[in-house]
Every structure is written in C-alpha cells, then in structure tokens.
Write a protein that binds this ligand. Structure first.
Ligand code: KG4
Ligand code: ZN
Length: 324
C-alpha cells in the first residue's frame, strides 16, 4: 500500500489529492481560478502563478487532513506541459515538501494524467485502446498499449480543440471559459442554418487543424452578428464531426473497438453522443469532474508510475513543452 500526494498547477486550477494504490482516492481539494481570469477573457499567466502560490499550501493541508494522514509515501506533481510560472509553483512546492519529508517525487506529464484518469473509476477498457485527448492546449490521438506505452497517431497542427472553443467564445462575446459557454449557446442554435468547414477531413492521416475554423467563425460572426447561437451550433457540429471521423479512422487503423476520451473538451455532451454513436465503437468516458484539470488525476498517475519515483530530488522539473 502506497499513498501519493498529487499536485496540479499547470494552468488555472490548483488541484491537490491523496491517492492510495490499494484503496483508491482518499481525498481531493481543488481551487478554480475561473473568477480571477474571467474579467480578462482568458488565463493571465502571471496571475495564475501568483494564485497557485496563495492557495497551494492550504489545499495540501486540506487534502492531507481529509485523507486522515500527516504525510504520504511520495509526491507526484505536474511537471509539464503548461504555463512555465504556474508549473514552477507546483514543482518547487512538491520538491521542497518531499525534501522536508524525506520522500521521493514523481514528475507527471499533464496529458498522461488526463489519459489515465478514467482508469481510476473502472471506466477504462483493457489495453490496448485508442485515446482522444482534447484539452485547452492539446488535441492528440494516441494508441495506448500500456502504462507509459503511448504511440502518437495524430495531433493538431495549430490550435488545440479547447483553444478553438475558447477563441470562438471570444468572437461570440461569451464568457471565459469558452467551451461550456459555446456548448450552452449551441443548444439553442439551428444546426441547418450554417455549415462550417470540417478541417482536414478530406486528407488522409489523423492530424487536425482548427485555426482555419476559427477564421471561418470570425467571418461568419461579422456577416451575421444577429445569430450567435446558430454560429455556435455550426462550430460545434464541425468540431464534433471532425473529431468523430478521425477517431473512427484511428480505431480502424489500430484494429481496436475501444475508444477513451479525456481532457476538458471530453466534458462536451454533443462530442460524447457522437462518439458513442460511432458504429462498432465502445466509448469510455471519465466522469465530468475528472475531465477538467484536477489533482486526483496526478496523484493517480503517480500511483501507476511508482517505478519512476526520484529519491532525494536535487532539482525540480518544469517543462512548458513536453511530448507525451
Ligand atoms: O483539460 P482542461 O481543463 O485544461 C487543459 O489542460 O487545457 O481543458 C480546458 C479546456 C478549455 O479550452 C475549455 O473551454 C474546454 O476544455 N471545455 C469544453 C467544455 N468544458 C471544458 N469544451 C467544450 N465543451 C465543454 N463542455
Ligand atoms: Zn488539462
């Protein structure tokens, strides 16, 4: 039995959790900076770092207390990718605490945290499976052979899908974070009114491109400022169809029926419905709270990666860019 403290500070959520390799998740504490960044229409990196500094110690105390432990056997932290200042807050806190406790650290890749999160709830299939990882910074299709055995099948060549949601929200003058706001507005939209391009669907391969779609939304919004709901719906339809088609191709290529989705955009209802409706596909989705950033997924990934624990860490690891 091993207990892991998980620390997530890569973007705008300060997440802390205690995970036990046998008993599962013992506790979780999360502070979302949404209100802090909302008035700026997006995440302000410097404000994010400062707020992680303000919240982290209190959240660690809270998570340890509700797990009923004073220390854990090791400390996992998000080492990247993400905002460098924000990452450094979590990395330095984790490294300092590990030194004080005389415990090892486990640096975790943020997207691996997302990818493995569904395993926590028994929602995940057996290996191998295909994973669609869709967040504010990443759009990845991955063939998952086992823990740490990931083969990249496709990725975005420009904007991430979450970023496209956030930019569309801005163009439609919706609040940050954009994804849920666009999805809510799209519910009132007419799907037949406008048709936006499905980027790269006519090309072979499993890469994505969403920056052209953003430009198409911009032009449509200029021509039809009176119809934001129809535009939001057209945008969501285009994104969902693009993702669903590429997932189907990825599953065919991998010879696999199991598809797992994770990351913030995996919370999108229309995306879940479209993927679940793909013929012959078994869809695995994490609960909504595990889609967006949280400490539990980092503590859990740490528990699956105990072999990578670094005893007596002499330096902290913070990598803004880091391939999976
Ligand atoms: O995984 P996440 O919390 O943070 C990153 O690692 O980036 O993902 C955040 C992204 C944001 O772009 C947000 O707009 C998007 O996920 N998002 C959604 C929904 N909920 C969050 N996008 C579409 N529909 C949603 N319901
Ligand atoms: Zn994330």
């Amino acid at each position: 039995m091993t207990t892991v403290l998980g620390i997530e500070t890569s973007c705008d959520e300060t997440g802390v959790a205690v995970y036990d390799s046998q008993r599962g998740l013992l506790s979780e504490a999360l502070f979302s900076q949404i209100a802090l960044h909302a008035e700026h229409g997006g995440v302000v990196p410097e404000l994010a770092s400062r707020d992680h500094v303000r919240r982290l110690a209190g959240l660690v105390d809270e998570a340890l207390a509700s797990a009923g432990v004073e220390q854990t056997d090791c400390i996992a932290y998000t080492a990247g990718p993400g905002l460098i200042g924000a990452l450094m807050v979590g990395a330095s806190f984790a490294t300092g605490l590990a030194t004080a406790w005389g415990r090892p650290v486990i640096p975790i890749h943020h997207m691996e945290g997302h990818l493995l999160a569904p395993l926590m709830t028994g929602e995940a299939p057996d290996f191998p499976f295909v994973a669609l990882l869709v967040s504010g910074g990443h759009t990845l299709l991955v063939q998952v052979e086992g823990i740490g055995r990931y083969r990249l099948l496709g990725q975005t060549r420009d904007d991430a899908v979450g970023e496209a949601f956030d930019k569309t929200a801005k163009l439609l003058q919706l609040d940050y974070p954009g994804g849920p706001a666009v999805a809510r507005l799209a519910e009132q939209g007419d799907p037949a009114r406008f048709r936006l391009p499905r980027p790269m669907l006519d090309k072979p391969g499993l890469d994505f491109s969403f920056s052209g779609l953003k430009t198409a939304v911009y032009l449509l919004a200029q021509d039809h400022p009176e119809s934001p709901a129809d535009i939001a719906r057209a945008f969501e339809e285009a994104v969902v169809e693009t993702l669903a088609t590429k997932c189907q191709r990825a599953l065919a290529q991998a010879g696999c029926a199991d598809l797992l989705i994770a990351g913030g955009v995996a919370a999108n209802t229309r995306l879940r419905q479209a993927l679940a409706a793909l013929p012959g596909v078994r869809l695995h989705t994490p609960p909504l709270a595990l889609c967006t950033d949280n400490g539990a997924m980092i503590a859990h990934a740490g528990a699956l990666r105990l072999a990578d624990a670094i005893e007596q860490p002499t330096r902290m690891l913070a990598r803004p860019r880091w391939p999976l």
